[in-house]
Design a protein around this ligand. Sequence first.
Ligand SMILES: Cc1cc2nc3c(=O)[nH]c(=O)nc-3n(C[C@H](O)[C@H](O)[C@H](O)COP(=O)(O)O)c2cc1C
Length: 190
Amino acid sequence: MTQLLYINASPREAAAASSQAADVFLQALPANVNVTTLKLFDTDLPDVTGNVVNAKFKFAMGADLTEAEAAEWQSIRNLVDQFVSTDAFLFAVPMWNFSIPYRMKQYIDLITHPGLTFARDENGMRGLASGSATVIYSRGGDYSPKAGQPDPFDFQSEVLVQNTAAGPDAQVAAVEAAREQLESLAGAAG
Ligand SMILES: Cc1cc2nc3c(=O)[nH]c(=O)nc-3n(C[C@H](O)[C@H](O)[C@H](O)COP(=O)(O)O)c2cc1C
């Protein structure tokens, strides 16, 4: 079986354009793909406390952690282990203020550590997670390139579910516009 980690960064549950687009992808997955869902707004993500920062630095240097640091570091390690042990990823991420929701950023800060999710060597940095990653971004506006030029406010890219706020049927149309691309990406994930 292929393990796919589905990371959802919208609090809007079934009403979310990103979740609806993700459902198109999930329904098109081959039968050999097992999906684990991580809803970032329903998950009690730990804070990046002083103990966590100390543990991160000590871990990178191979130093001993205090009991309190080790306890908090373990909850981080559990998230990292889940992330690096999966075979494929699906991200469903709304645009909030031209960027990602704060829970998505918190998750990135929680799992990104040298020696766990990335490594440095003579060739530079490399990620320690592997597998295909499909990233769905939903945003209220339309940030398509204009006159062949990329939109300067487009800080996201991949599968775009956009113009969701343009009217009552706009969200349905936005998800449908992405359907073909999503189904094709899902077919390749197995
Ligand atoms: C806090 C917040 C900030 C937003 N900021 C932007 C923005 O900067 N640009 C934009 O086009 N839409 C923005 N929107 C609209 C969302 O991107 C749009 O509703 C999108 O469909 C949300 O994704 P979801 O339906 O998957 O939750 C914002 C929405 C919220 C709730």
